[in-house]
Ligand binder design. Structure first.
Ligand code: SF4
Length: 223
């Protein structure tokens, strides 16, 4: 049985992409080798065995740490119920969640009529249920050296692409040209809410009929 390494489990409002505004339960998994320079969850990168903590300690974290609790899908489901979370949408994020098989986790929740979503960099095989909504946020030419997989682009229900420069836009267009993405929604997301990045994202969205994703939770000051 898979033991998922849970860095955080919390209920909030999804602030990005197609599910913006949706009450959601976030399951943040520990571990990511992709190494984006502007990553805002660098504490999730390393899996250090001595960082293992109990689920109770994980739930009461008051700051971002690299500590994680090992839990099966059933234990995560039981904890969600015990906490009395009301949201019916599960967001599996990281770190890079697709370094592990997420099918049992998706299916455990879907059996109880939760919807599921995964947020991934597109650099690992996406092992999720058929119903799971897949958000691929392609991380092109990052320090970890992982290419974007064709299979990830094909599975994507939406592309959510962080941008700050014209080069980022060009990289995305080059990637999209390689795939038939006609039925996939494309979001641009300004990196770190910077003014220049936001202006570039707005202009590029209008020019290409793409959508803007602005990380609503950051403007609201919520997790
Ligand atoms: S893939 Fe995500 S978690 Fe990993 S380094 Fe990039 S932004 Fe951070």
């Amino acid at each position: 049985m898979i033991q998922y390494k849970i860095n955080e489990l919390f209920e909030t409002i999804q602030g990005e992409g197609s599910f913006t505004g949706q009450p959601s339960i976030f399951i943040r998994l520990q571990g990511c080798p992709v190494a984006c320079s502007w990553c805002d969850t660098k504490h999730t990168w390393d899996i250090v065995l001595s960082d293992e903590i109990t689920q109770d300690v994980m739930l009461t974290k008051s700051q971002e740490t690299s500590q994680w609790a090992a839990m099966t899908a059933e234990q995560i489901l039981a904890l969600v119920k015990e906490k009395g979370f009301q949201a019916k949408h599960i967001v599996i994020t990281g770190g890079e969640p697709c370094i592990v098989d997420l099918i049992p986790l998706c299916e455990a929740f879907e059996l109880l009529n939760y919807s599921t979503q995964v947020e991934t960099s597109g650099t690992f095989d996406i092992k999720v249920s058929g119903k799971c909504w897949v958000t691929v946020s392609p991380k092109i030419n990052m320090r970890g050296g992982y290419p974007i997989l064709d299979s990830a682009m094909l599975r994507a229900n939406e592309i959510k692409y962080p941008i700050a420069t014209e080069q980022h836009v060009d990289d995305l267009k080059t990637l999209l040209k390689k795939h038939d993405m006609d039925n996939t929604v494309i979001y641009l997301q300004p990196i770190s809410q910077k003014k220049r990045a936001t202006e570039l994202a707005i202009a590029t969205c209008i020019a290409n009929n793409w959508r803007l994703s602005v990380q609503v939770h950051k403007y609201l000051g919520i997790e």
